[in-house]
Design a protein around this ligand. Structure first.
Ligand code: SF4
Ligand code: SF4
Length: 292
């Protein structure tokens, strides 16, 4: 099986719209949405959830008032200031460190699993899908990304699929590293704007660091042809191939509003043709990379 990760240095480059189009064009594959902080691939692929798992990433403390002698040792020891004057634990501030439980002389404190999100195994019109949702304010998205990737691999194994297509999170933080490490290849989606180009460079460095082959697709390339040339020149210098030039067109937004991948919404459109060409180039290069 091969794993292709699609990332962008920054959000808003159209990465998810491109991933949805590739998911509709690919064959023999599973797709996963690893942008767990703000997932939106489901809006374009309309998955039907078949299995839901809880994601437990931390612990949270609680006090049993019937056992508590109001000695305040826990409140004085909590360096996250999570325990109120009324000896009530704020579940948002509590980091689950367990100090309050350790210092309590009467075992009135209990540490319990905290539900941080959900992980879903689903089916779409195009392929099986693994995705997740981290609750607002919850950390540990890197850990959740690893769980979603593992679920996607398990589904691919069970259903004997040859390709895992991953929509990665934006940026190059922990969750992105958790997404790309160990992948067969990557695609960086960039648009011709100064911040997007800067972030593309950082994303390419990340792939180089992990020694993962990477390609670039320029989205909305015709919005600034000079900057598009700059991207091409930079990629050539780095030995990275630009495998797609996607034009700007309102059709992409219309497809998003309709909740469909662009190549399904308007298959004969010039934009869809560019997406199909880009996917054909990516598939061709993927054949050269070893399976995992
Ligand atoms: S578990 Fe740690 S953070 Fe939470 S209330 Fe106890 S001491 Fe404070
Ligand atoms: S340390 Fe135990 S007994 Fe003392 S206030 Fe906290 S919960 Fe109550």
């Amino acid at each position: 099986m091969k794993e292709l990760v699609i990332v962008s240095g920054k959000g808003g480059t159209g990465k998810t719209s491109l991933t949805a189009a590739f998911a509709a064009l690919a064959t023999d594959h599973v797709v996963s949405d690893c942008d767990v902080d703000a997932p939106n691939l489901h809006l374009l692929l309309a998955p039907k959830v078949e299995k839901t798992e809880d994601f437990i990433a931390s612990k949270v403390a609680s006090i049993n008032p019937e056992l508590c002698t109001e000695c305040y040792a826990c409140k004085e020891s909590c360096r996250f200031d999570a325990i109120s004057e009324e000896l009530i634990i704020d579940t948002i501030l509590c980091e689950g460190c367990g100090v309050c439980k350790l210092v309590c002389p009467v075992e009135a404190v209990k540490l319990e699993d905290a539900l941080s999100g959900h992980i879903y195994a689903s089916e779409t019109e195009y392929c099986p899908m693994a995705h997740a949702l981290l609750f607002p304010g919850e950390a540990n998205s890197g850990k959740l990304v690893s769980r979603v990737r593992q679920l996607a691999k398990d589904i691919a194994k069970e259903k004997k699929k040859e390709l895992l297509l991953v929509d990665g999170p934006p940026g190059i933080a922990c969750a992105t590293i958790a997404t790309i490490s160990g992948a067969s290849a990557g695609v960086v989606v960039v648009e011709p704007t100064i911040p997007a180009i800067h972030d593309m460079e950082r994303a390419l460095q990340l792939f180089a660091h992990f020694k993962i082959p990477v390609m670039v697709v320029i989205n909305k390339f015709d919005l600034n042809l000079q900057k598009t040339k700059g991207i091409e020149a930079y990629c050539a210098e780095q030995g990275v191939e630009v495998v797609g030039h996607i034009p700007f067109d309102d059709m992409m937004t219309e497809a998003v509003v309709a909740g469909k991948p662009a190549v399904i919404f308007a298959p004969q459109h010039t934009l869809s043709k560019a997406l199909k060409d880009a996917w054909a180039s990516i598939e061709e290069r993927l054949e050269q990379y070893p399976s995992q």
